[in-house]
Structures are given as C-alpha cells and as structure tokens.
Design a protein around this ligand. Structure first.
Ligand code: HDE
Length: 745
C-alpha cells in the first residue's frame, strides 16, 4: 500500500511539472529545475480555494451579521487570508539584504583531477545546476542597486555530491582580518542607530570613524572607493572567493587555491554622478538588467578562474596567504580559467527562491577544504546560525531552493516546519534495528574527510605578525589605476569624507591615506579644504587588546615583488579587451520626420553586434519618418534618461531635429551623456542637435568628413551618408567610456 501511495505522489509531481507553461524554463537536463518543479504551482484554470482546499465562493466580502453588521469571528476564510498576510514577512538578511538571483549551470573545461577530486570539476560533459545571488551589502531589502558598495556574488552549486556554496564578493579582499570585528564593521556602516540615516551609504561618521581606527581596512577601502563599487551591470563585474581555500586531489594531496569569476562581457562601471541619478530614475537598474538579459536570451557568463599555490610555497609571498585583506597579484600567480558559469533562467518567484536561498561557506564537497583564515573561520559559524533566525528554524535545508539534488538521509529530526516524513523506528546511529542505516560512507564511497592539517600550537588571542602590512597592497592598487580611475577614487573619498561631520575623523583618514600614497592624501585633503596631518596624537591602529602595547601592533610595510598590477585596473586591464558591445543599450533620439534609412541602417549594425536599441522621443506612441514609415517610441524624455544608456545616436531628418531642438530635454540628454563620457553619434541634420547641445562648437565639417569624428574622443559624426559611420560608432562604444573628455571637462 505504501508503495502505491509513493507512486501516486511521484506521478503527481511529474504532472505538475508537465503542466507548467513552456516558458517556466524547466528544460531537459536540469536536475535542479526538475526538483523545484515538485513544488511549483500555477493556478491556470483552477478554482480559488482556502489553504485547506475548500473552494471559495466570495472573495470580495467578509461574513457579516446583516447588511451593515459587524464581521463574524466565524469567518474562517477571512481569518485565514488575513492571518497569512500578517505573517508574510521574514527578517531580511542582516547584511546583503538587497539581492537578485538567477538559475544556471556550470561546466568545467577539462578535468581538474590533478588538483581536486570534487566531482563537479572532473567531467566537461557534466552540467552542474547553480543558483547565483548578487547583492549589495549595507542597504536594506528595498534600497537602490547603485549604492557605492561591495557586491555579493554567491554561487550555490547543486553537485551530485551535495551542495557547494562559493559565497564571494566582487572585490577580492575584505575590510577586516578577523571575524571578531565583523559585527563592529557592520554596525558602523549600517544607518546610524539613533536616526536610521543614511540608507545604503558608507558616507557617514560612524563608518569612517571605525575605518579611521582600523588601518587593516585600507586595501579594501581603495577598492570600495574605486569604480568597482558602482558596476555598470552585475553581468560586467568580477567575482572572488576572497579567502584562500584548499583543493584536495584523490591521492590526498592538498594545494592552496583562490577562486575568481571573470565576466565574459568585460569589466565596466558607471560614474558616481550617474550612479546617483540612476538611483532616482531606476533604483532596480541592476536587478532589471539581469532579469531582462536572461529573458532576452543574452545569458550572462563568467569563467571560473583559479590561482593554485603549492603547500611548500605557503610562506614565499610578501603577505600571508591566510590574510583576507591581501590578493595574490595575477602577475605573480596567473589565473587559470577552468570552466564556465552560465545564467539562463530567472526565478519563478522572488520570495521562494531569491529570498529563501540560504548560502553557507561551510557547504563544501569532497575535494575542497578550508584554511585557517580567521575571517573564514568565523564565517563558518555565522552562515548556518543566521539562517536559523532568518528562515525560522533548523529545517531550512528542506526549502526547495536549498535542498540538494544529491540524496539526503540522516537522523536529524523534527523542528519547526519539518517536511520530511521519516519512516521507521530508529533515529539514531549506530542501530541494529534498521541494519545500521543510514550508514557512514568511507572516503572511497564519497564520504567527506577533513584535510588532516597538522596543528601544533598554543591557544592564543592574537593577530599574527604576518598580518601587519596594511598599506603595501593598498598602494599597489592605487598605483595600478589609470589616471581617470585614480581621479574617481580621489573624488569618491572627497564625497564620502565630505559627508563626515567630525573633523577628527577626517584628519585620521587623511593620515591613513597618506600612508597609502602621499599625492592621494593631499588631493583628497585639497577637496576637503583640509591638510594632511604629519602625525597622529594616538597610535594609528586602535584595534588592539587592552593589555597590549599599541606600539607593538602598528602596521609595517614590507617590500613588494611588483610595483603595479595592470589587472587591478578596469580601464587598462589586459584580461578584458574592450572589443565588443554585446547587450549595451543605445538610445536613438527621434521625432516625427526622422531619417528612416539612417535609423534602419544604424539599428541593423548595432543589433548585429549584439547591442539593444531603444528610441527616445518627445512623446510616446507611433512616430512617422520623413518618407511615411512608422516606428514606435519606446521611451519619452520623461520616462527615459541618458543614464540608462551606454551611448546615443541622433539620426538626421530636418523635421525630427527641429522638433527635438524645441525640447530642452534633448539637450540635457546629450550633455549628460557627454559629461558621462559616453559615445555620441549623429548623422545628417542630427549633427545640428549636437551643436545645439554645445557638444560640437562652430563648424566641424572638415574634421567630420575626414575621420568621422568631431575631433573629440567618442563623438562620431557624418554630415552625409557614410558607410564608415556605423563601424566607427561601434568601435567607440566598445571603449565604454572616453575619459579624456572628463579631463577636458
Ligand atoms: Fe558574509 N554574511 N560574512 N561575507 N556574505 C552573510 O549570511 C559574515 C564576508 C557574503 O546572497 C550573512 O545569509 C561574517 C566576506 C555574501 O544570501 C551572514 C563575515 C564575504 C552574502 C554573514 C562575513 C562575504 C553574505 C547575512 C566575517 C566575501 C550574501 C545573511 C567573518 C567573501 C549571501 C546570510 C546571499 C551574507 C556573515 C564576511 C560574502 C550574517 C560573520 C569576507 C555574498 O551570515
């Protein structure tokens, strides 16, 4: 009888998966998709019911005593509906509350058996399902996507050996070296406790107060003040595992490993002015971009990179491999790209999947192991613990998005919301009553064995002396940036410290910055109308135990193997050639009377190169071209804005340009795109609109005809039809931004 019941259940599960609309995305060869389908529901063609399955006849009115009478307590339908509603919220994540996620898969390029026995890294034909959640750190669940912040990059691999979570960030280092400081860091960056201001911003006193007393944070501070903290798209940023982990192969040999995610669309950011404007125009900018890319079939892709270090080389660097405020420069240990992550399916339900997914650094599989990085060690405790309060009990592993596709059997029992109906008399081990089941797996049967690292030490509460170089890599990062990127860091610091109200905090920060780079500190000071102090009243590092002599724990620089690392820059990074415009968004400014041929030809060229084109016009509705052809206005100057685009094109058509000239917004649109260093193109009468916006001055006809540029970088113009125009425009967009213009400005 039991067997029959079981069969019915799986038949029903199959039926419900099959009933789902085709676009639900559960494709063949997607074991996690199939697993999720067991819980998916779609009400198409169904009656409305209560949670008990009773059909509801009236969903408009509560049950009352008479026409205008009080509502009756007996109204179980109303009570059930309202009670459920009252309990719809769960606590948001204490950090990384704002996030967006997608499903996909990972495939290794070739077997990594030499380094690791992890099953999902052996067979290039194996597609491992993944769920990836991107996030900001400081803001609450409803905060803007474009806050200056670190981005979380958390990947759950549903491997055949169990779930493996690589819970990383888009910045390869962290603010602090020891988990003990994490609550302090987070309290400092979150809105201030007395007035809950500001939201999703580090630009306030408590954050910089803390940082100014924690010199170990200076390397991370450089990254967070750089353009890395305001990505153009979640699809265009790197990811990093941050800590050093271990790979273990079948023979038990261990090596150190650092993980990287390299975006195939390149590495791009927006400007801070743009970020702030996007936060108003479209606070969901990153979430929308990720969602739309996947809906359009432009599946985001990253390559998984590894830096491998032999155990014997553990101490051969000028930093400690266990220190999470340090990178291994790629010039010293190159990154080998070993596989590809593709995101190809949006979640069906934000709450069920993106909100309820529970990542945990402790979720590892045989072949991967931890190191003694003190930040990682603390995380190993924190992630499981936080889910207990956030998801309400110990059974969150049963929530569909969290359950593994690998079989799961143990003697853990009961607790709130237990779903599994464990059969049998025993819930302990060893047992004889059930033949010892479930039984332990030997290492040869895939049983996890921890790496037998030798430990021979005293129990101490101390920071290793090998962790004390807080500035060298901050300097390396700053000096590896191009001039415009350095300017952005300086301006970001001027902005952030400019919002700090306590002069002593600014002063301490200026002193710390002077330890990174003297010119950086004096430039920031100039913007703040302050001077860099020659010394501090108190020791630099105030994050020290009560009984330790502060002098003993002050930062010490070590000689560095390299002076610059081009792979730390976004502009000059040899890993990311600026050679494509895939999925970039281009605005066409048009009005009635536009030049149809120019629009059609430029659109064709852009679409062929994988970009997206949207028309922006004085009003919505259909627009009629000079020869009577019609196109739809996708956005008006009210609903569209230049900050939502990567480049702008103004096609000709006398009437269209005359109409656009009358719109103040067209000049704003263009001058903002110009200020943000974006590529702007115009053809025929369209060139007039650029003149109208003050982008081209006087008559530039000679230059325009000669080289299709106005003599200014990123401004492509042609007075007459010119077949070279589209290629010139495309090449210019691929550069992403033309920073020379910023300097000129
Ligand atoms: Fe986290 N972190 N973290 N973190 N973290 C959380 O877990 C924590 C750290 C990261 O999309 C929390 O489920 C401690 C570094 C990501 O759901 C919590 C320490 C890195 C996410 C937590 C760190 C991260 C989190 C909050 C220092 C980059 C979002 C909610 C010892 C390598 C995952 C939750 C998602 C989330 C603790 C430091 C990445 C409280 C104690 C370093 C991407 O458990």
């Amino acid at each position: 009888m039991n067997k029959g019941k079981h069969e019915n259940k799986s038949a029903r599960a199959k039926a419900s998966a099959a009933d789902l609309p085709v676009n639900a995305g559960y494709g063949a060869n997607d074991p996690k998709g199939d697993d999720l389908a067991r819980n998916a529901e779609d009400s198409a063609g169904e009656f409305l019911t209560t949670n008990q399955g009773v059909r509801v006849n009236d969903n408009q009115n509560s049950l009352k005593a008479g026409d205008r009478g009080p509502t009756l307590l007996e109204d179980f339908i109303l009570r059930e509906k309202i009670t459920h509603f009252d309990h719809e919220r769960i606590p948001e994540r204490v950090v990384h509350a704002r996030g967006s996620a997608a499903h996909g898969f990972f495939q290794v390029y070739e077997s990594m058996a030499e380094y690791t026995k992890a099953n999902f890294l052996q067979d290039p034909s194996l597609k491992t399902p993944v769920f990836v959640r991107f996030s900001t750190v400081a803001g609450s669940r409803g905060s803007t996507d474009l806050a200056r912040d670190v981005r979380g990059f958390a990947v759950k691999f549903y491997t055949q050996e169990g779930n493996y979570d690589l819970v990383g960030n888009n910045i390869p280092v962290f603010f602090i070296q020891d988990a003990m400081k994490f609550p302090d860091l987070v309290h400092a960056v979150k809105p201030e406790p007395h007035n809950e201001i500001p939201q999703a911003a580090s630009a306030h006193d408590t954050f910089w107060d803390f940082i100014s007393l924690m010199p170990e944070s200076m390397h991370m501070v450089m990254w967070v003040m750089s353009d890395r903290a305001i990505p153009r798209s979640l699809r265009m940023m790197e990811g990093f595992g941050v800590h050093t982990f271990r790979f273990i192969n079948e023979r038990g040999k261990a090596r150190f490993v650092k993980f990287h995610w390299k975006p195939l669309l390149g590495l791009h950011a927006v400007l801070w002015d743009e970020a702030q404007k996007i936060s108003g125009k479209d606070p969901d900018f990153h979430r929308r971009d990720l969602w739309e890319a996947i809906e359009n079939g432009d599946y985001p892709e990253w390559e998984l990179g590894i830096q491998v270090v032999e155990e014997k080389d553990e101490h051969s660097f000028d930093f400690d491999l266990l220190d999470p405020t340090k990178i291994i420069p790629e010039e010293i240990v190159p990154v080998r790209r070993i596989g590809k992550l593709t995101l190809n399916r949006n979640p069906d339900n934000f709450f069920a999947e993106t909100e309820q997914v529970a990542f945990h650094t402790g979720n590892i599989v045989p072949g991967i192991d931890f190191t003694n990085d003190p930040l990682l060690q603390g995380r190993l405790f924190s992630y499981l613990d936080t889910q207990l309060i956030r998801l309400g009990g110990p059974n969150f592993h049963e929530i569909p998005i969290n359950r593994p596709i690998a079989p799961m059997h143990n003697n853990q029992r009961d607790g709130y919301m237990r779903q599994t109906i464990n059969r049998g008399q025993t819930s302990y081990e060893p047992n004889s009553l059930r033949g010892g089941c479930p039984f332990q797996a030997g290492a040869d049967m895939g049983g996890f064995t921890s790496y037998a690292e030798r430990i021979d030490a005293r129990k101490i509460r101390e920071r290793s002396a090998s962790f004390m170089d807080h500035f060298s890599q901050a300097t390396l990062f700053f000096r590896s940036q191009s001039q415009p990127e350095q300017n952005h860091i300086i301006n970001a610091l001027r902005f952030e410290l400019g919002k700090v109200e306590t002069p002593a905090i600014r002063e301490r920060m200026l002193f710390l910055l002077s330890q990174v780079d003297k010119a950086l500190a004096s430039e920031v000071a100039r913007g703040l109308g302050a001077t860099v102090p020659a010394k501090l009243d108190k020791p630099m590092n105030m994050s020290i135990p009560a009984d330790v002599d502060p002098k003993k724990v002050q930062p010490k620089r070590k000689n560095q193997a390299i002076e610059t690392s081009p792979r730390l820059s976004m502009v000059d990074n040899p890993n990311f050639p600026k050679d494509n415009i895939r999925t970039r968004k281009i605005a066409f400014l048009v009005a009635d009377g536009f030049d149809e041929t120019a629009v059609a030809e430029m659109k064709r060229a852009l679409l062929t190169a994988g970009a997206a084109v949207l028309t922006v016009a004085p009003r919505l509705g259909m627009l009629t071209g000079a020869n009577g052809e019609q196109i739809k206005a996708d956005l008006s100057f009210l609903t569209g804005s230049s900050v939502m685009f990567d480049a702008v094109y103004v096609p000709g058509g006398e009437e269209s340009i005359a109409a656009l000239k009358k719109e103040n917004e067209s000049a704003n649109f263009l001058s903002e795109a110009y200020r943000h260093c974006k590529t702007i193109a115009a053809s025929g009468a369209g060139v007039e609109l650029l003149k109208n916006a003050g982008i081209i001055r006087g008559s530039a006809e000679g230059a325009e005809k000669a080289d299709l540029t106005s003599g200014q970088p990123g401004i492509v113009v042609a007075l007459e039809d010119d077949t070279k125009m589209a290629p010139a425009f495309l090449k210019s967009i691929a550069q992403h931004r033309h920073w020379e213009r910023e300097r000129a400005a």
